[in-house]
Design a protein. Structure first.
Length: 120
């Protein structure tokens, strides 16, 4: 448990994610996001790209750096390969999230099945 000296109470281990003072006590410069949030952003990038008829079949995300509260983030994706799978056309992608300092805070790979909704 971490002591929040302003309120005089102990707080949970998750508190530095939203409490900058507790984050600084732990050696971080500011409060920071939950890593799973970045994976969700990258999944959202892919589902927006592939549309309602596409389906993300695989997503592997590596968390590289914290995403600090107040930072700006840019998401990017690149098609790295195409293949015919048993269920249809599969597009392989590389995805990343970068902050305003040019630091990659998350990256990964994905596979997207195109036209999945049209298939029986």
């Amino acid at each position: 448990m971490l002591l929040d000296e302003f309120y005089g109470i102990e707080d949970t281990i998750e508190a530095p994610h939203f409490n900058a003072d507790l984050a600084r006590k732990g050696g971080m410069p500011n409060a920071y996001d939950f890593g799973g949030q970045r994976a969700a952003w990258l999944a959202h990038l892919l589902t927006d790209w592939c549309g309602d008829e596409g389906f993300v079949t695989d997503l592997d995300v590596r968390l590289r750096r914290p995403g600090y509260i107040g930072d700006a983030f840019w998401l990017d994706g690149t098609v790295t390969g195409k293949r015919r799978g048993a269920a249809g056309d599969v597009i392989e992608c590389a995805v990343s999230a970068t902050n305003q300092r040019g630091e990659v805070i998350a990256d990964g790979t994905a596979a997207v099945l195109l036209g999945a909704a049209r298939r029986p």
